[in-house]
Design a protein. Structure first.
Lengths: 114, 116
């Protein structure tokens, strides 16, 4: 069966450290993968997109990697701040089906301690 | 509009009643998506529209759920004979084109549905 797995346990780190979140998928052939941030009671907000032929993408303090052999994406926040505390969702667009809508993981909650 | 707008923001309804949830996408966005998010869970795909057509309705949980879009703009998600398991946040999103182009998808703040 197809699955997108994110660590369901919250990730707690100290301010200033690098947070690394993992997204693993099985039985998908994604055209690309996206990362979103979701704050409590709000809709998700797009952060980064990485295509299947790209290894790494950066945007300010954010970095995403995409390994299609391992079927994994890593999402890094460097010099983390308490304001980075939120739930982070990965999502992918599946190539092999006709669906042109994202499939989401269940998200990982990040808590950055001051 | 400036962003994706959803209404109502909160709805409490009695089991068995019908509800309508409305989504106003960003002007000019041809693609519109509906997702459901239960408390503490990820987003569950329901349906998407390319213009006014819905190429993929496979995510709708049962025949009590239906959605339509008119004028390549507003969309309505209707849930008939609501059940308690329908309680969730219903999120609408839009993008300039559908998924393969890799456009940014913009979400609304959701309609919180509670069935009592």
């Amino acid at each position: 069966s197809q699955k997108i797995e994110q660590n369901s346990e919250a990730l707690n780190i100290q301010e200033g450290k690098t947070a690394t979140l993992t997204c693993n998928y099985t039985n998908y052939s994604p055209a690309y993968l996206q990362w979103y941030r979701q704050d409590p009671g709000r809709g998700p907000v797009f952060l980064l997109l990485i295509r299947e032929n790209e290894k790494e993408k950066r945007k300010e303090r954010l970095k995403v990697t995409f390994d299609t052999t391992l079927k994994q994406s890593l999402f890094h926040i460097t010099a983390s701040q308490p304001a980075d505390s939120a739930t982070y969702l990965c999502a992918l667009l599946e190539l092999d089906t006709g669906r042109r809508a994202l499939t989401f993981g269940s998200g990982t909650r990040l808590q950055v301690q001051p | 509009g400036a962003g994706v707008s959803q209404s109502p923001s909160n709805k409490v309804t009695e089991k068995g009643k019908d509800v309508e949830l409305r989504c106003d996408p960003i002007s000019g966005h041809t693609a519109l998506y509906w997702y459901r998010q239960r408390l503490g869970q990820g987003l569950e795909f329901l349906i998407y529209f390319q213009g006014n057509s819905a190429p993929d309705k496979s995510g709708l949980p049962s025949d009590r759920f239906s959605a339509e879009r008119t004028g390549e703009s507003v969309s309505t998600l209707t849930i008939q004979r609501t059940q308690q398991e329908d309680s969730a946040v219903y999120l609408c999103a839009s993008s300039l084109l559908t998924g393969i182009a890799g456009n940014t998808i913009y979400f609304g703040e959701g309609s919180w549905l509670t069935v009592v």
